[in-house]
Design a protein around this ligand. Structure first.
Ligand code: HEC
Length: 140
């Protein structure tokens, strides 16, 4: 990465310092740190706990929750504008992935695996929903 970045032409563009709200500064200070020792593998008692872990790693809810709506419809309820415009100039919104019938409530496990592996048979916009990054997850 650094080799590539150094190959770019220099651009003079002084920017102001980062400004976060006090709350965001606090969360940042308490947040991620470089790893400085061994990390225990997570242990899961129930299948859904493993799912929660993977959903966290995949950042699914970051896109599939409409964080800027007022009120927020709920975790995983969809409706977040992920792409300003697709190739035809239309916006792409995340979908409801909760068990409600307006979400994926009617889907079997096989339906879900097929969608995640094939991008719904190529129907999902690959830049808005990067299913290719998830396509090689095992069944488990
Ligand atoms: C970068 C944002 C983003 C992330 C991260 C993301 N998704 Fe999506 N997802 C979308 C968008 C946008 C769509 C709708 C795409 C379209 O309509 O072409 C979508 C569609 C889907 C669909 C199809 C739903 C339907 O009704 O057709 C499922 C299922 C899904 N995502 C599950 C997941 C899961 C599980 C994860 C995490 C492993 C995840 N997504 C991560 C943005 C995202």
């Amino acid at each position: 990465m650094i080799a590539y970045l150094r190959s770019l032409p220099p651009i003079r563009n002084p920017l102001p310092d980062r400004r976060l709200s006090p709350g965001a500064e606090e969360r940042r200070a308490a947040g991620a740190r470089p790893i400085d020792g061994p990390v225990d593998a997570p242990s899961f008692q129930e299948a859904w706990e493993r799912g929660r872990h993977l959903i966290g790693l995949g950042e699914c809810m970051g896109c599939h929750t409409s964080w800027y709506s007022d009120p927020i419809p709920g975790l995983g309820g969809g409706g977040n504008r992920i792409l300003e415009e697709d190739e035809d100039g239309l916006p792409v919104f995340s979908r409801n992935i909760t068990p409600d019938p307006t979400g994926i409530g009617g889907w079997s496990r096989d339906d879900f695996r097929w969608v995640m592996r094939t991008g719904k048979g190529g129907d999902l916009h690959p830049a808005a929903m990067r299913w290719t990054a998830y396509a090689r997850l095992t069944d488990a």
